[in-house]
Design a protein around this ligand. Structure first.
Ligand SMILES: Nc1ncnc2c1ncn2[C@@H]1O[C@H](COP(=O)(O)OP(=O)(O)OP(=O)(O)O)[C@@H](O)[C@H]1O
Ligand SMILES: [Mg+2]
Length: 341
């Protein structure tokens, strides 16, 4: 699909990139449980968009609506320029979906699974075999192609799953938790695959529980919570929402910890560390001093520690990461909840 026929947004942000996916006010309930309570999405063509949220937040529900597997109760969405309600066939022709639970048939070999997909896409026999062989090679599955998929490892199965999604050459791909359960090496392989797809002009909407994954891959992230999008932006924009930066001091001697805690209460430190009363921490004998992590501030805090005669056993600098954002927005600790209010 040429990008010129995709809708462009006229939204308040003044964004003019063509949208691969756009949605407004998507709603879905099951019985009296509201799962999606008015979701807006805007995913520019050729980008990676991560939908992040805790278990049950509605990530899979969103993917199923956008891929026309279920109907929303309200709202509208366009995918690849086609309305999901009035033109679901055209949407289906433009997308590939890798579900949260594998579509691989374990009784069939990797190759047979691929050829089945080629049949579903009505590829002529020879073309189907060519596409299947090419994808099996690309995903490092050529050697295992003749083995039943039931004998594959989790990572191989997931790669086969995605290879099957690509048989029809979709321009937009939905990946529902593509790396859940994979070991770090397989996860990195999967990230590389996703990056290559996007380099080829494909748009990827992925859901994930892994903040690091969203941070590594996504151009933009939406955090889904309680049926709504709690925050949306680039990873950097989201991190700026949460003042999670701090310096952590760990003590092994309880009396050194106590005297440091009381000195900190009376101290005049940047970011109002003493006023925030962040000092009295926990049984782990750890103190947290809010900090923006700059060299200047770090130096002034170290100077103060020296002058107050405080010597911690361990000092670590913690800059806000997506973990902080996630916990703050999805109801994590009381402390992080307060931080965004
Ligand atoms: N067919 C259904 N019937 C009833 N309730 C459903 C149905 N599908 C989903 N739900 C409910 O909707 C909510 C959202 O489910 P969904 O699968 O979208 O969450 P998710 O964000 O993908 O979670 P996870 O991280 O566990 O995959 C859950 O409370 C779930 O129980
Ligand atoms: Mg899910």
């Amino acid at each position: 699909m040429p990008s010129s026929v995709m809708p462009t947004t006229t939204g308040a942000g003044g964004r003019t990139l063509p949208a691969a996916v756009s949605a407004t006010g998507l709603r879905k309930s099951y019985g009296d449980k509201t799962v999606l309570d008015g979701i807006d999405l805007y995913i520019p063509a050729g980008s990676i968009f991560a939908l992040l949220g805790p278990n049950g937040a509605g990530k899979t529900t969103t993917v199923r609506i956008l891929s026309t597997l279920i109907d929303p109760d309200g709202g509208r969405a366009q995918v690849a320029g086609h309305d999901i309600a009035t033109d679901p066939q055209a949407v289906r022709a433009a997308i590939g979906v890798t579900g949260q639970f594998s579509a691989v048939d374990g009784l069939l070999t990797g190759e047979e699974n691929m050829l089945l997909m080629a049949d579903l896409h009505h590829l002529p026999g020879r073309e189907g075999r060519r596409v299947a062989a090419g994808l099996l090679e690309r995903f490092g599955l050529a050697e295992a192609a003749r083995k039943p998929a039931a004998a594959y490892s989790g990572g191989m199965r997931r790669r086969l799953d995605i290879a099957m999604t690509l048989v029809g050459g979709p321009r937009i791909i939905f990946l529902d938790e593509p790396t859940t359960g994979l070991d770090p090496r397989s996860r990195h392989t999967m990230w590389q695959i996703v990056r290559e797809l996007v380099a080829g002009g494909v748009t990827v909407l992925l859901t994930t529980q892994y903040l690091e994954e969203a941070d590594q891959l996504a151009d933009r992230i939406a955090v889904l919570n309680d049926g709504r999008i709690a925050a949306e932006g680039t990873p950097e924009e989201l991190k700026r929402l949460v003042p999670g930066g701090h310096i952590r001091l760990r003590f092994s001697d309880p009396s050194a910890y106590r005297s440091a805690a009381s000195a900190l209460r009376g101290a005049d430190l940047p970011h109002g560390a003493s006023r925030k009363g962040d000092a009295p921490a926990d049984e782990a004998l750890t103190l947290r001093i809010p900090s923006d992590g700059t060299q200047r501030e770090l130096r002034s805090i170290l100077d103060w520690l020296d002058s107050a005669g405080i010597e911690a056993d361990e000092l670590t600098v913690h800059t806000p990461d997506l973990d902080d954002v996630f916990f703050a927005l999805t109801g994590g600790t009381d402390q992080s909840r307060k931080a965004v209010r």
